[in-house]
Design a protein around this ligand. Structure first.
Ligand SMILES: CC/C=C\C/C=C\C/C=C\C/C=C\C/C=C\C/C=C\C=C\C(=O)SCCNC(=O)CCNC(=O)[C@H](O)C(C)(C)COP(=O)(O)OP(=O)(O)OC[C@H]1O[C@@H](n2cnc3c(N)ncnc32)[C@H](O)[C@@H]1OP(=O)(O)O
Ligand SMILES: Cc1cc2nc3c(=O)[nH]c(=O)nc-3n(C[C@H](O)[C@H](O)[C@H](O)COP(=O)(O)OP(=O)(O)OC[C@H]3O[C@@H](n4cnc5c(N)ncnc54)[C@H](O)[C@@H]3O)c2cc1C
Length: 624
């Protein structure tokens, strides 16, 4: 089962080695993280990132191993933006020459970069960004400027205190004309003393949700006051400005400017499945340990995992963790395939890549955030403790519903793609890829229920057809209602809640389809495929509220702990007294409690000043 989850024996081996490397290094301890002040937590993040780099160099880790090291350290920090966005942005939008110059320094950590796109006034609407980059032909420079308060860069990770450079997105203005948003490499801080360069006001945007979580990350604010950069620091793979100031657009779709976001969205699907699997691992293991209420005859108390209500709340999340893992593996393949096609100037699959990355990022992160919160409740009072690991897991993963694109905004992009496909089908064009099912419009719009018997509900072909019919009917219904509106734009706006639902149905069809396709592969391990088939059934049927679910839950219950053990997480990475592999929950909870700084003294600070006078005064009053 470990191999099915990890993807290969090699992946299991590398993950185990990196997880143990982190778990065994005291510098990477995280059990006191939620007890640190914001400044202590930030400094701890700097220490961990520097130590991780040192270990990477000492051990000659590969890029895959270094990424896993960063992942198992599990503490958002500037390095994430450097590797996850700054480097990919230069790779995707820089010329060969620019890549050579800047990536050489970035790979050696001679510079630390971030991705500065969002502003105080605009995040979702990229074309609404206000920062300007005005070309000055007299000096062959761009003048980078924040013309308004709302044009302040706001949110970029690492910008506040650590990044020395950034890819800054700004309105390119040359010869008096505004050519829209382009990327520029800017140095922000001195490489000698780390002080901000002239014209740059920079700082942290302040504390964020949760006690640890993203508070380890210095998301920053930056205002530019006519800061000059050389012309060759405009990322020029997609467009250029000549020495004379002429704007030249390359023969590539302008949407490639958004390529970094597409890349990160596809990685976020795998992150969501990992975060969800961590929460499910904690809740399932704890549910097997926790006993509450026994038979009236005074028999042994019952494992809470045996309650049907606990199973109906928890097992769909167990199934979703596997479903998101498999669709994430497929999405990584799709992204790689599209990127290779782009190299040969084949842009035909770009719309599909955008719709799939946007839709899957949105659906998986929303489901994961909701599931982690429910796993906290599934663990009762102890799920609310930081030592359960669940509050931190929720706080770190909740923003995934917003960063890399607000989930509703992204679903509306999927809806736009679906409406375009429906109209192409109406004009006789055969859809391909994830919308190929829409070509079967006659059958799917009229077909009676393909599932008649209870057993049909476990027939993958029947389930797939049910999801195809649901998605197609919702999309066609939206298209028909939009066509009745005074204009396409008004119709789209009026129907946007229904369009979001249609987009979700389309994305859920993709997830179900990829789970079914995964089960058609050779799967190692005795009985593994059968268990995955049950989880596929649970994932699909829970989305359409089917009465077969109860039987499936009962069949999964005996293997529930084995299915979460297959995630192969160390206790260090899980970070949970409830989810420990050895199940020694109560002594772990008790031990963790005494680490809290509040327990450093038996009589608390503040007693003498505030509590003692009050108690004495009340006592005096009571004797009058
Ligand atoms: C930090 C991690 C910490 C801890 C965890 C540790 C380890 C985990 C491992 C790694 C970390 C993993 C993840 C963390 C990474 C990130 C988190 C931290 C940082 C976050 C960074 C950010 O948030 S960066 C900023 C993100 N911002 C956005 O996403 C903005 C969203 N808005 C947009 O994308 C666009 O504005 C829009 C698409 C909504 C609208 O664009 P617009 O130009 O107005 O276009 P439209 O008119 O709507 O459409 C025109 C046509 O273009 C097509 N289109 C649009 N977008 C794309 C695209 N991207 N690709 C291809 N085509 C596109 C669109 O479909 C239209 O086509 P038509 O044919 O219909 O015309
Ligand atoms: C932890 C974290 C880290 C981040 N890191 C970075 C970073 O490193 N670099 C960076 O550039 N940015 C970063 N961001 C910013 C992030 O990308 C934006 O917050 C995100 O793109 C959402 O944009 P917004 O904040 O403008 O939300 P808004 O778009 O203002 O969303 C507010 C509400 O308006 C709704 N809405 C907006 N437009 C529409 C529409 N057309 N139709 C219907 N509803 C709509 C949304 O659904 C939402 O409910 C980060 C954000 C967070 C939380």
């Amino acid at each position: 089962m470990k191999v099915a989850w990890a993807g290969s024996r090699h992946a299991v081996e590398v993950a185990d080695r990196m997880a143990c490397l982190v778990a065994s290094d005291p510098v990477f301890r995280k059990d006191t993280r939620t007890m640190l002040s914001r400044k202590e937590l930030f400094k701890d993040t700097l220490k961990k990132a520097a130590h991780a780099w040192k270990r990477t160099v000492e051990l000659h880790l590969t890029e895959e191993e270094a990424n896993l090291l960063r992942l198992y350290i599990d503490q958002p920090g500037y390095v994430d933006l450097h590797w996850v966005m700054f480097v990919p942005a230069i790779k995707g939008q820089g010329t060969e020459e620019q890549q050579k110059k800047w990536l050489t320094m970035a790979y050696k950590f001679q510079i630390i970069g971030t991705y500065a796109q969002t502003e105080l006034g605009h995040g979702s609407n990229v074309q609404g960004l206000e920062t300007t980059a005005t070309f000055d032909p007299s000096t062959d420079e761009f003048i980078m400027h924040s013309p308004t308060l709302t044009s302040s860069k706001w949110w970029p990770g690492g910008l506040g205190k650590t990044s020395t450079h950034a890819v800054v997105y700004a309105r390119l203005i040359t010869e008096g004309k505004d050519y829209g948003i382009h990327g520029f490499i800017m140095q922000l801080r001195s490489l000698d003393d780390h002080s901000p360069l002239p014209g740059i006001t920079i700082g942290d945007i302040g504390g964020k949700f949760g006690s640890g979580a993203y508070n380890s990350m210095d998301n920053g604010v930056m205002r530019l006051d006519h800061v000059r950069i050389p012309r060759d620091q405009m990322l020029m793979r997609l467009a250029q400005v000549t020495r004379e100031g002429k704007y030249v657009h390359s023969d590539v779709p302008k949407q490639l400017l958004y390529g970094t976001m597409v890349y990160v969205r596809q990685t976020i699907v795998a992150d969501a499945s990992r975060a969800l699997s961590r929460a499910v691992c904690i809740a399932v293991r704890y549910g097997a340990i926790r006993k509450q209420f026994g038979s009236k005859a005074g028999g042994p108390e019952t494992q809470v995992l045996n309650y049907k209500t606990q199973q109906s709340r928890l097992f769909p999340f167990l199934a979703s963790a596997y479903a998101f893992r498999f669709v994430g593996q497929w999405l990584k393949w799709l992204y790689t395939d599209v990127t290779q096609k782009l190299e040969s100037k084949d842009f035909s699959t770009l719309p599909e890549a955008h719709a799939c990355t946007a839709g899957l990022k949105s659906v998986t992160t929303s489901a994961t955030a909701d599931a982690i919160e429910e796993c906290q409740k599934l663990c009762g009072g102890h799920g609310y403790l930081n030592s359960s690991g669940l509050p931190e897991l929720f706080a770190v993963n909740l923003p995934a519903c917003t960063y890399e694109g607000d989930n509703v905004v992204l679903l509306l992009q999927v809806a736009r793609f679906l409406m375009k496909t429906v109209s192409q089908v109406a004009s006789g064009k055969q859809p391909v890829g994830t919308t190929a099912y829409m070509g079967n419009i006659q059958h799917l719009m009229q077909c009676k229920s393909v599932v008649n018997t209870v057993e049909d509900w476990l027939n993958p072909a029947a389930i797939k057809e049910v999801f195809e019919a649901r998605a197609l009917r919702m999309a066609v219904n939206c298209a028909q209602n939009i066509s009745k509106a005074p204009s396409q734009e008004e119709g789209f706006s009026e129907l946007s809640p229904d369009l979001v639902e249609a987009a979700v149905a389309h994305v859920q069809l993709i997830i179900v389809t990829k789970f079914i396709e995964k089960l058609q592969e050779d799967i190692l391990g005795h009985g593994v495929k059968e268990q995955l088939q049950k989880l596929c059934g649970i994932y699909a049927l829970h989305l359409i509220h089917n009465e077969r679910l109860g039987k499936l839950y009962a069949q999964v219950r005996p293997n529930a702990v084995a299915l979460v053990d297959a995630f192969d997480y160390t206790d260090h990475y899980l970070g949970s007294a409830l989810g420990r592999y050895d199940g020694d929950v109560y002594s772990a909870l008790y031990k963790e409690a005494w680490k809290d700084p509040l327990n450093e003294t038996v009589v608390p600070d503040g007693y003498q000043e505030h509590l003692r006078p009050l108690l004495k005064q009340q006592l005096k009053l009571s004797r009058l």
